[in-house]
Design a binder for this molecule. Structure first.
Ligand code: SF4
Length: 206
């Protein structure tokens, strides 16, 4: 079995990366950081094993903690509407968060919590092999790209794969941001479809 060797922290369980299912099981019983103490259910994420688009938010909220599923609360409703407006089916994407357990009072995850949970996100990206990864909000952008400032970064693509946009919770607070979120999702869809067309063309020409 392959396992995480990257944390280098003694006493921590290693992270299996054979499949999304084994990763899910490990996340649901994980005690790598203090967020395990306050959770009802860990929220690994959901979606098919292989998708073109992977969306990453910040952390589970109250509804997600109870359900064990990502983006099922009010922010989830906004995300569903924006995906729909962009012509993307929720069942065709994978949705997860930077940390898989709810921080107390929905505070932003701390740096050591993000680091403890990082191997799970890393292996999810490796296993799913998305064409586009949508970073929703500052926490996801900081965790993956180590930069912040989503207002100025939104719509930009980094490393030909990571697209920055607003978190749906920000749209809840300011409805004017919805149009930008939908535009970014549309751009992600176009990019994913373009990558698929290029891949198909290469196969046809082979
Ligand atoms: S947030 Fe991540 S690292 Fe911390 S307990 Fe939950 S699954 Fe484990």
């Amino acid at each position: 079995m392959k396992s995480d060797q990257s944390s280098g922290r003694e006493g921590r369980p290693q992270v299996s990366r054979d499949s999304l299912q084994s990763l899910d099981e490990e996340i649901r019983s994980c005690n790598r950081c203090p967020l395990a103490n306050g959770r009802t259910k860990a929220v690994p994420g959901e979606g098919p094993d292989r998708v073109d688009i992977l969306l990453i938010g910040e952390a589970p909220g109250k509804d997600e903690d109870l359900a064990g599923r990502p983006f099922v609360g009010r922010a989830g409703s906004i995300l569903d509407r924006c995906l729909n407006d962009a012509g993307i089916e929720r069942r065709e994407v994978f949705i997860t968060n930077v940390v898989k357990c709810r921080p107390p009072g929905n505070r932003r995850p701390k740096k050591d919590e993000v680091e403890a949970c990082r191997p799970y996100l890393k292996y999810q990206i490796e296993l799913i092999q998305p064409k586009v990864v949508i970073l929703m909000g500052n926490a996801a952008t900081k965790a993956v790209l180590d930069v912040e400032g989503v207002t100025s970064l939104r719509g930009q693509v980094f490393r030909d794969m990571f697209l920055v946009t607003f978190h749906p919770a920000a749209v809840l607070r300011n409805g004017n941001l919805k149009e930008d979120l939908v535009l970014d999702l549309l751009a992600a869809r176009d990019k994913a479809e373009g990558s698929r067309a290029c891949h198909q063309k290469r196969e046809d020409c082979a």
